[in-house]
Ligand binder design. Structure first.
Ligand code: UD1
Length: 418
């Protein structure tokens, strides 16, 4: 298994381009199942989760071509298998995104239950309840969710809590349903808006994405279209924080600052200089950060996917901060690894108290999930000495060429193959 070796203490300087968003690419790829023709996606990031989704679509019977720039053509006219098997679903929970499109287009889906997950139990009950409300018959058998519906029917669905992939799954299902569906208490994440844009290019009639009430007027069929995936706001935020924690000066390009208002404000509150212009963000920091409290919330609040990275910043900030995780239970596995580098952090339920220390000292650590591994890289960059991060396959699920991009900014980072 690959490891990443970071020798810390260098400031990051230079320019880094942002890749397409994993969390927008995955639902858009699943949406290809709805299309009577070919969906062409560009700005698709080259990531493990994306290849897993391609593999999943391929085994459903999709014909897929990928060009040298990671433009992906997905033709689902030959789909002949509506089962998403355990061996793929267990490596990527977002596989659940094929459930809505498969039922809507083919009347049936058998999706393996995702099973345990490192960041809490993460059920999919709201996806299932929504499909049932649209008239689907759902049975759980042999570890699989079996959903059947000759034709889904539009209805009003009020989510018990805000779910991103739940909103996306039902939006896709509703696109081919009979009549109108209204999703209330819907997720407002930019990736939900991107999926709606992609669906509308295919001929769907989705209105209100980006608000908490989305209306979908079902249509008979969706047809070929082309869509460029939006930039990755979590990758953007991670590089902003890497610049801040190393007291660097970094220009982040090909992104969209309007998607990052909460993290930008928080960094400014910590004393980081952040300027935005068009699709560019400039981040500069030349002194120790000030501590600030943070609470993760659904968009437009502070994203849970940047919480672990922020804990690193607060570990070396001046003062103490309270960080509250409201989206996922058990999303503090990075804490025990950061403690190995000398961070002073106490966990109480869904809250951590971080007392900033003068410096972190490198040590061997282990990545436990995608965003936790990004936080360990950041900690390694900030720490004195060597940090060896094992189990970095987690990071390859969600960050395109992270060590290459950091190397170009002057980091001392190296992948050890093994
Ligand atoms: C998506 C993102 C993930 C991000 C998360 C929250 C993708 C592929 N992944 O994950 O990176 O961290 O949003 O911004 O887009 N819940 C239920 N029942 C359900 C569905 C969700 O109880 O049926 C709960 C979850 O356990 C969690 C909360 O709702 O506590 C939010 O989860 P959700 O928004 O669904 O996360 P994902 O869509 O899986």
């Amino acid at each position: 298994m690959d490891k990443i070796l970071v020798r810390g203490g260098r400031s990051l300087n230079g320019t880094v381009p942002i890749s397409g968003a994993k969390n927008a690419a995955l639902p858009c790829m699943a949406a290809a199942l709805l299309c009577d023709g070919t969906l062409r996606l560009t700005n698709v990031p080259h990531l493990k989760d994306v290849t897993t989704m391609l593999e999943l679509l391929g085994q459903h019977g999709a014909a897929i071509t990928v060009d040298e720039h990671w433009g992906v053509d997905i033709d689902c006219t030959g789909v002949n298998n509506t089962e998403a098997p355990y061996n793929l679903v267990r490596t990527m929970r977002a596989s659940i995104l094929v459930m809505g499109p498969l039922v809507a287009r083919f009347g049936e889906a058998r999706i393996s239950l995702p099973g345990g997950c490192a960041i809490g139990s993460r059920p999919v009950d709201l996806h299932i309840k929504g499909l049932e409300a649209m008239g689907a018959k759902v049975n759980l058998e042999g570890g699989y969710i079996h959903v059947q519906a000759p034709r889904l029917k539009g209805t009003r669905i009020v989510f018990d809590l805000v779910t991103v992939t739940g909103t996306e799954n039902l939006m896709m299902a509703a696109a081919l349903a009979e009549g109108t569906t209204v999703l209330e208490n819907a997720a407002r994440e930019p990736e939900v808006v991107d999926l709606a844009l992609c669906l509308n290019k295919m001929g769907a009639r989705v209105e209100g994405a980006g608000t908490d009430a989305i209306t979908i007027h079902g249509v008979e069929r969706l047809t070929s279209a082309s869509h460029a995936v939006l930039p990755d706001r979590i990758e953007t935020g991670t590089f902003m924080m890497a610049a801040a924690v190393t007291q660097g000066n970094v220009t982040i390009t090909r992104t969209d600052p309007t998607m990052l208002e909460a993290p930008i404000l928080k960094l400014q509150q910590c004393g980081v200089e952040v300027e935005t212009e068009g699709d560019v963000i400039r981040v500069r920091s030349d002194k120790r950060l000030r501590a600030a409290d943070i609470k993760t919330l659904p968009y437009p609040g502070f994203p849970t996917d940047l919480q672990a990275q922020m804990v690193v910043l607060m570990s070396v900030a001046q003062g103490a901060s309270i960080i509250t995780e409201t989206i996922f239970e058990n999303r503090f596995m990075h804490v025990s690894e950061l403690q190995r580098l000398g961070a002073d952090i106490a966990v109480r339920g869904n809250t951590v108290l971080v007392r900033g220390v003068e410096k972190l000292i490198g040590a061997p650590v282990m990545a436990t999930d995608l965003r936790a591994s990004a936080s360990l890289v950041l900690a390694g960059l900030a720490a004195e000495g060597e940090t060896l991060i094992s189990r970095v396959y987690h990071i390859d699920r969600g960050y395109e060429r992270i060590e290459e991009k950091l190397l170009a900014l002057g980091a001392d980072i190296q992948r050890l193959h093994g």
